[in-house]
Structures are given as structure tokens and as C-alpha cells.
Write a protein that binds this ligand. Sequence first.
Ligand SMILES: *Cc1c(COP(=O)(O)O)cnc(C)c1O
Length: 423
Amino acid sequence: MPVATPICSRVSASRPAKRSRRPVTGSLTTIHQAARRTVRRLGERQRLRRRPPSETATGVDTVIDGRAVWSFCSNDYLGLASHPLVIAALQAGAQRWGAGGGASQMISGYTTAHRALEQTLAEWLGCERALVFSSGYLANLGVMSALVGRGEQVVQDRLNHASLLDAARYAGARLSRYDHADPGHLALRLRQAPETVLIASDGVFSMDGDVAPLPQLLAQAEAGGQLTLIDDAHGLGVLGAEGRGSAEYHGLEIHRFGLWVVTFGKALGSCGACVLGDADLLEAVSQAARTLIYTTAPPAAQIEATRASLRLCMEDAGPRQRLQAHVERFQNEARRRGLPVSPSPTPIQPLLVGADDAALRWSAALLQRGFWVSAIRPPTVPEGGARLRITLSAAHQEAQVDALLDALEEIAADEGARRGVPL
Ligand SMILES: *Cc1c(COP(=O)(O)O)cnc(C)c1O
């Protein structure tokens, strides 16, 4: 048998040596200039994003920039990310399965652990089938591109998560958006485009913490014959007495919605995602979703961690009840103290401050006082909608929630004095 020439040596052999020594081309210079200009402009507008490196495990007590702080900005709503049983499941999973994903699910990366997780979720949430993805972002892209044809009409809430909006683009769909959580405006959109094939909404909105009007959405979809796709990343484990999420919160059955997406990186404290729905639809998704087929499977060890946290989430309502008590306490107290909170029945509690620089000042002042809360600015939220995105967790102590409220009240007074008005 002839020995095949390695691809890299063939490439380099066929390439004129001179090419690599060519001076920087015009287009490369242009890209460099544009890149520097983009970053400079973002800086001038106070829009640069930073990634402060945390020095501790996910949890309330953390250290950033060498400073010990209480975190109020993770999505680990039930405190499961560092739960001893979840960590033990990840460790045992690594012993049993190894550390990696191996290959695509379609090649050899799908294991009996993945299958068991899918079966547990499908049964618990009352759907025919579940399909696991490496992340929620990839799940949304995969589902929509698999089921919606190029040029077909999709309607979405204006404030949907970026991954749903990007999914419509990736699918090549025509996208129209209705005003946030406004069924009347959705009805108008559907009258304007009765050929619409899909209505998509977050179950809980990631930057506002409010819940979508799912009963009205479902009624319109059933009347118009559209498929619904609900992304319940922030609902699972949090809403409903048993933690089944937005459907349980509204007293609806999940199987009535065409497709339901849940993610494991929020309340379950792990990472990855699942799409749920009827078996025919999901078979089509598994055959066509490029974000499932052409990416490495989520590692089985991580799946074992997700299974452990799902078990805890299903068996023990205690953390969910504690979290709900924090949410109610925070809402009531923040209102009483005149803080600019918006109504949110979920652990996402935005404090709307409006201007970008104000959001940065609030966040810095909180850090000074030992609280880690991130400032969220456009384009993640609409212009003029900069905010602090406070997230509560069952892992917080009531005294920590109270201390945060005290700090916010102080900062609000400073800000009011700064602007010459009481807040
Ligand atoms: C976080 C989030 C996602 C993305 O999920 P990942 O698993 O983090 O990729 C999708 N949708 C919503 C609403 C989210 O909040």
C-alpha cells in the first residue's frame, strides 16, 4: 500500500514559498484598522465588555480582583453548581466515561448517559422525546434551521434571547417581531403574515425576568396553525411548585407547545441543553440540525452531573421555595425603599437605571461594598435601558439579600444627590 502524503505537507509543497513572505496585503491592513477602530469606538462609548475572572467556584462567596465579594450575578439559581452530589457525579462520571466528548453524537459521542437524561426529561416534562445539545445557543439554532425553510415567516417577541433571534437569521427565515409580551401586537403580526409557520418566545425573559404570556400565545398559535417554540432556559427548576418551569407556572401542559427548549447552565448549575417535543419533529431535528451533527457531543461526565442536579431539582422543592421567598422579599423591600425595580416573579431582578454610565457607577459602587452585580448595557438591552441585572439564588442567606437592599438604597441616595433629585 502506498503511504499517503500527509495533507499538511502536500499543502505546503504545492504552495509557492514566496507567498508566505508577501508583504501585508491591503485587505489585511483594512481588517486590522477596522478592528482597532471598532474597539476604540466601543471604548469611547463606554461599551467595552469585560470578563472579570472569578477566583473561586460558582457560588455566593467569591473573589474577583483579589476582593472577597458576594455574587448576585450568576444563573445558578438553586445553588446546584457546587452541590457536593453534583460534583461527585461529575467526578464519578469522569472515572467512568473519561473527560471528553469523544466525537459528534452521530458518530460515537452519544452514550447511555445521554439517553438516560433525555428519557428522564421527556418523562418528567410530559413530552414524547428529548434531544440533547451541547448548549442552548446551539439548540435554538439547530431546531429552527432544521424545521423552518428558507424564506418562511417566523414571528418572535422583540426581547427574545439572542440565540432565538440569531436562529431565525441562521435558518434564512423572514423574521418579524412583536412588541414585548404583547399578544395584541402578535395578533397584528399574524394578520399581516398569515403564512407564518412559527412563533417563538422565551418563557422567562433573560434580562427582564418577566414571564411570557404563554396562554395567549398558545391560543393564537392553535387558532392560526403555527408551531410554537418556547425557550425556557430561566424557567426550568425555578417556576412551578415542582420546577417544571413556565408551563407549570401557567398551568399548561408542555406537550401542547410544539417545541420546548430547556438549558442546563442556569438552575441546574451544569451546561448543555435539551429540546423536547413530539417524536416526529425531533427525529427531523436530529437528522437535519447541523449544530447537533457537526459538533462534539457534550461529555458524558458533564451529562452525569446534569442528571444528578436534575434529580436534586425533582426531589427537593426546598431550595425552590427558599428562592421564591427571596424573590418576594426583594420585590417588596425594593419597592418599599423606592428602588427602580420592575415587576418580576423570577430570580432575575433588573434595576433599571437608564444611562450606560449610571449602570457602570452603580455596579462599581456595589463592588466597593462587596457585592458583585453586573451592569447590562446595549446592545444586550435596548438603548436607554441599561440596568443592573441582579440574580437571586437559593444559596443566598436572607441577611445577604437584606444587605444588598441596604447597599442599593445608599447608592440610590448618592445617585439622587448627584442628579439633585431624590430617587
Ligand atoms: C442562556 C440562554 C440561552 C443559551 O443557553 P446556553 O446553554 O448558555 O448556550 C438560550 N436562551 C435563553 C433564554 C438563555 O437565557
